[in-house]
Design a protein around this ligand. Sequence first.
Ligand SMILES: Cc1cc2nc3c(=O)[nH]c(=O)nc-3n(C[C@H](O)[C@H](O)[C@H](O)COP(=O)(O)OP(=O)(O)OC[C@H]3O[C@@H](n4cnc5c(N)ncnc54)[C@H](O)[C@@H]3O)c2cc1C
Length: 462
Amino acid sequence: MTTDPRFANARPVPYWFDTVAESAVCAPATSDCACDLAIVGGGFTGLWSALKARERHPDARIVVLEAKGCGQDASGRSGGFCAPSISHGVSNALSRHAAEAETLIRLGQENLDAYALDLDRYGMNAGFQRCGKLNVAATPWQVAGLNDMARKYERFGIAHTLLEGAALREKLDSPVYGAGLFEPAYALVNPAMMVSELRRVCLAHDITIHEQTAVSALTRDGAGMRLQTAQATLTARQVILATNSAEPLLRRLRLSIIPIYDYSLVTEPLSEAQWTSIGWTGPHGIADSGNQFHYFRKTPDNRMLWAGYDAIYHYGSARDEARLQRPESFGRLADQFAAAFPPLAGVRFDYTWGGIIDTSARTTFFSGLAGGGRVAYAMGFTGQGVSASRFAALTMLDRLDGADTERTRLKMPSRLAVPFPPEPLRSVAVSLAQRGLAHEDATGKRSRFLKLLDAFGIGFDS
Ligand SMILES: Cc1cc2nc3c(=O)[nH]c(=O)nc-3n(C[C@H](O)[C@H](O)[C@H](O)COP(=O)(O)OP(=O)(O)OC[C@H]3O[C@@H](n4cnc5c(N)ncnc54)[C@H](O)[C@@H]3O)c2cc1C
């Protein structure tokens, strides 16, 4: 609860949830059953896995087990920025995966093109727009970063435009940002509509979805696997784990991700004149370029989503619904909003929410096999999984099918990221990294601790 008048009318739920019609809950699993493929998790990764498995195996019995409702976690809470990347951007591919950077960059672009084709093919209306993204810089070192990004884009033939002065003000007019780089290949999607459409299409393709069905244990069972839920036991020939930031069911993955909380605001609807007053007349999304960055976009009913910056870790990797509301972070975001958009300083916020990011020390997803080849997993998207989840789903299916593909040959997802240390060291390491990132944002200088992490290919992001 907050007494801040800027949030007087705010609903403490993701704005996106209000953009889709409520649909009947898919019944929980109440009786034991056997299936060919059980998928744990009904976010983007789980639902793409189900749909793509159906394309490959028309007669298979496919069951999705979702602890809450489909898309209630990261997928439905996200900003909906669809990156033409599976590697958390071009710079990350080059700095951490130089040997296969070119392949990663191409596969990221192909994945987003194929994502758009899938939407058409299945008639999914998810508010998908290929409207581009503007990256903006607030400090001289961020401007240098954008110039460096432009050189890399040049090298890989990626369309982009560097913007300053009047050209920038045509896309965004803010006293905070002095330069920009526009990349037209980026897309935006309404994340709750996307979940809802994937869920609808899965159901239409004879995929069983059980919501409010948490899997509490996964064990071997003869030639298959056994999944324990509160009311039923399922046996499956193969299993996909798409549980993102939740504590992984496989013990071996528990040190590979940590939950980081990220927060979002959505304003009241803005008038045409208000959008014009900040120069934002196009449909594109925007993100600023600090380590602690904001991402912002328009909603279909002319509100602004303004999100990011804080990346909060809680001791012991606490995962707790109550922490999805954080007045301190909302207040900070609102102050930063007022500084970025002085003409909008009196605007109220109608929605506040948080979400948990599955941060991996490599800032990209990893995927592998367990249970003697019967279980595939993918997680660790670190805040860039809206489009990469589709690619991760295909990677897991390739692995379960025993197929040797360009996806399974990639080194980036095939190796587990450097594990996070156990507590209390974990909190100390996260805090040192965060302080280093804040220091770099303020001064442009990288701390010794961050340089040490860089040397080991370790990153911290959200
Ligand atoms: C606030 C926020 C903003 C983001 N913005 C962007 C963005 O703009 N662009 C972008 O690319 N990425 C963004 N991301 C990241 C992106 O949302 C995720 O990478 C992506 O949604 C991951 O999809 P998923 O299906 O793997 O995870 P989730 O959507 O989290 O789904 C996992 C599901 O598994 C279920 N589950 C977990 N454990 C169990 C269990 N034991 N039994 C049954 N079910 C279980 C959960 O209930 C959950 O529904 C954002 C993330 C957050 C939190």
